[in-house]
Design a protein around this ligand. Structure first.
Ligand SMILES: NC(=O)c1ccc[n+]([C@@H]2O[C@H](COP(=O)([O-])OP(=O)(O)OC[C@H]3O[C@@H](n4cnc5c(N)ncnc54)[C@H](O)[C@@H]3O)[C@@H](O)[C@H]2O)c1
Length: 394
């Protein structure tokens, strides 16, 4: 309904359409999701219509399936046990795990074909089980098929459980640009199973910790203290510490999305990882979290050099990251283009184009307090890089 009538001097009448749509989805934390006695998944399927059989296709990360060869049978046994409510219309469909699934639109088309062949409609489900890359790609497929079918995310990495899986974004890479094709589309439900985390390679467990450090630095000082106090337990991936870290980090993300006024990121701030382009510059040799950790270290030193953050705090932050297992250096960070411009700084320009508006970067004025700036001084970035390099050499 039009709720504002604006008259212009040029005889134009403009009706301003305005409405808002509330979004709501559960984020559950559980263990052994596919134990037939665990009701979490079937409860999620039934949350809007309790007394019907729900049709679903499952897309499964092939890296996870290789690690857990029994998972496909466990999923089928779970569906059979709950067949009154859960109609798994095909065998779980294996799709490439990691960045490969996001690197070719052909995979998106293949998944849409699967949904078409299985007559998945807006009241049926496209369920994704896997890491952040698989969730991003299946999320895009679900959001664009029939203009949106129900999408349940089952994240299986640290990063996807504590960060990307509980968010509202999806996307795949195109024209060499990360997440160039994608949408903002809240999922129907997110089901985090801590048991999956134990099967990750150590490198992937460590990588996911970067998001926890980042969110603590820009939003919550107490969480940063908690990470410091529990660094021993986290560095050895102790299960209860990892579960607490994931839960706390996911809650901070949920709060940011739900209560800070910009869930679909119409603003333009990039939080504390100005070196995010490193992931692409190293052709994904660096994991997402590894690049984020280097970006955090760089931006913390930069925050000190430009007088925002007390000297010494950047050392404290780097010490925590290194204790958790991160290496805070990769030679790609020094790469320059033909004009002698640092490639990481070009990455910021690319990001401004991705976000629109003016460049906005979140630096630190204290641990737990982010502060937005609109430009970065090239010399101070170079000095920050030299500082990072010298730390590795000593
Ligand atoms: N949508 C968002 O808001 C958002 C936010 C941050 C990052 N991301 C995206 O997330 C992706 C990175 O996700 P990620 O860190 O979860 O890694 P990933 O999805 O790239 O997976 C890493 C590897 O782990 C394997 N794997 C997954 N679960 C496993 C398990 N339990 N045991 C063993 N192996 C397993 C995968 O097959 C893959 O080989 C990037 O594409 C990044 O752009 C999205």
């Amino acid at each position: 309904m039009a709720n504002q009538d604006v008259h212009s001097p040029h005889r134009t009448t403009t009706l301003m359409q305005r409405f808002s749509v509330p979004f709501e989805f559960p984020v559950s934390f559980t263990e052994n999701l596919f134990d037939p006695e665990n009701p979490t998944l079937v409860d999620a399927l039934c949350r809007l219509e309790a007394k019907k059989t729900h049709r679903a296709v499952i897309f499964l990360d092939d890296g996870l399936a290789r690690t857990l060869p029994r998972l496909v049978d466990d999923i089928k046994a779970y569906a059979a046990h709950h067949k009154q409510y859960f109609d798994l219309v095909s065998n779980p469909v294996l799709i490439p795990g990691g960045e490969k699934i996001k690197s070719d639109l052909h995979f998106v088309e293949q998944m849409q074909q699967t949904l078409y062949d299985n007559r998945i409609d807006r009241h049926s489900y496209a369920i994704a089980i896997g890491g952040g890359a698989v969730l991003d790609a299946v999320g895009l497929v679900a959001a664009t098929t029939h203009r949106g079918v129900r999408h349940i995310r089952i994240p299986t990495t640290v990063l996807s459980q504590n960060d990307s899986g509980v968010g509202v974004k999806n996307g795949v890479n195109f024209y060499g640009a990360k997440n160039y094709v994608g949408t903002f589309a809240p999922p129907f439900a997110v089901l985090n199973d801590i048991a999956f985390i134990q099967h990750l390679e150590d490198r992937d467990k460590i990588s996911g910790l970067a998001e926890a450090v980042k969110v603590s630095l820009i939003r919550n000082r107490e969480f940063f203290h908690w990470l410091e106090q529990n660094a021993d337990r986290l560095a050895t991936f102790e299960k209860t510490a990892m579960a607490q870290m994931i839960r706390q980090c996911a809650e901070l993300h949920m709060h940011q999305i739900g209560h800070c006024g910009d869930p679909f990121e119409t603003g333009s701030a990039r939080p504390l990882d100005s070196a995010h382009k490193l992931e692409i510059m190293t052709r994904y040799h660096l994991r997402h979290g590894e690049a984020v950790a280097i970006g955090i270290a760089l931006d913390c030193r930069y925050s000190v050099l430009c007088g925002l953050l007390d000297a010494g705090e950047e050392d404290r932050i780097c010490f925590l990251l290194e204790f958790l297992g991160f290496k805070l250096w990769h030679s790609a960070i020094e790469a320059v283009n033909r004009d002698g411009q640092l490639e990481v700084l070009n990455g910021l320009c690319d990001f401004r184009e991705h976000l629109g508006g003016e460049l906005t970067i979140t630096l630190l004025s204290g641990i737990g307090t982010g502060v937005e700036v609109n430009e970065m001084d090239n010399d101070l970035v170079r000095q920050s890089i030299s500082w990072l390099k010298s730390r590795q050499e000593t």
